[in-house]
Design a protein around this ligand. Structure first.
Ligand code: GLN
Length: 276
């Protein structure tokens, strides 16, 4: 007689024990949804649903990858950000929920209709595409230095059906002279050698998206200074930074002559972005 088939609940419970980390149940459900093509709601509503041997085999393979530390977004190849489902590759940072706070802050700013916007170091295109999805009249340009990121951001724009222009550029270097109403960026801001870099998803993300000099502020210093000549009078600069960099970033903004400088917190109650 053959073995009884395993149920969704049985394999999920087993997987949770193996995956570990911050959200094992969520990760396990996302992997099972990927293998079966079923919604996570279905596992909740019908936990006794049986899986084929083939589905169990595929699921175990993904659980193995996850428990060896590979980010869930890399295994699935996509990540939700704002209201968008974005493709993700190892070429870029994986979009974080904290970065949605930048989008919220930007949408609250007093910006003109058809605002001209640039997202520097766009990666997957997350910030630029979220803004365009809310303000289809804005003219949004995105840059990235990494060719794989430029290609990915273009692909995401196409998938979302949003008219984002993406160019390969190191910050403003290849941008044609013009002025922007909003300059926004989630630049690298982690200190070289930070302990945080040896744990979790960041081990699988490119250093160029994470690390920026001995105090983590090299990119931010460059952007604060350089942005001035690219802003329209009354234009805004919005930058993400580390939870412990608020004071330093505010003083960079103020020292460079920005007004209305303000730091906002992320969903975890950490100082996460400064605008001016
Ligand atoms: N917030 C990310 C992290 O701490 C880093 C993102 C970045 O450097 N822009 O993992």
């Amino acid at each position: 007689m053959s073995e009884p088939l395993l149920t969704c609940e049985q394999v999920l419970a087993e997987a949770c024990g193996r995956i570990g980390g911050e959200s094992p149940r969520l990760d396990a459900e996302l992997l099972l949804a990927d293998v079966t093509g079923w919604s996570r709601t279905r596992f909740r509503a019908f936990p006794e649903t049986e899986l084929s041997d083939d589905q169990v085999r595929q699921f175990c393979h993904l659980v193995e990858r996850r428990s060896s530390g590979e980010p869930i977004a890399h295994i699935l190849g996509h990540q939700d950000f704002w209201s968008l489902a974005l493709d993700v590759t190892p070429d870029t940072l994986i979009p974080r929920p904290d970065t949605e706070c930048l989008v919220e802050a930007a949408l609250e700013l007093p910006l003109p209709e058809r605002a001209r916007v640039i997202d520097l170091g766009t990666g997957t295109g997350a910030i630029a595409l979220a803004l365009l999805s809310e303000r289809p009249d804005w003219q949004v340009l995105a840059t990235d230095l990494v060719p794989g990121a430029v290609a990915l951001a273009r692909r995401n724009a196409e998938r979302c059906g949003l008219p984002l222009r993406v160019i390969r550029s190191h910050w403003f270097d290849e941008v044609e002279p013009q002025h922007f109403d909003l300059i926004i960026s989630n630049p690298p801001y982690i200190e070289e050698g930070d302990r945080h870099l040896s744990k979790g998803d960041v081990r699988h993300e490119p250093d160029s998206a994470l690390v920026s000099g001995p105090d983590g502020l090299d990119a931010i210093r460059h952007l604060v200074t350089e942005s001035q000549r690219w802003l329209t009078p009354g234009g805004w600069l919005v930058l993400e930074h580390g939870y412990n960099q608020g004071e330093a970033v505010r003083s960079l903004f103020s020292g460079a002559g920005y007004s209305a400088v303000e730091t906002r917190k992320d969903y975890g109650d950490n100082e996460r972005l400064t605008l001016g």
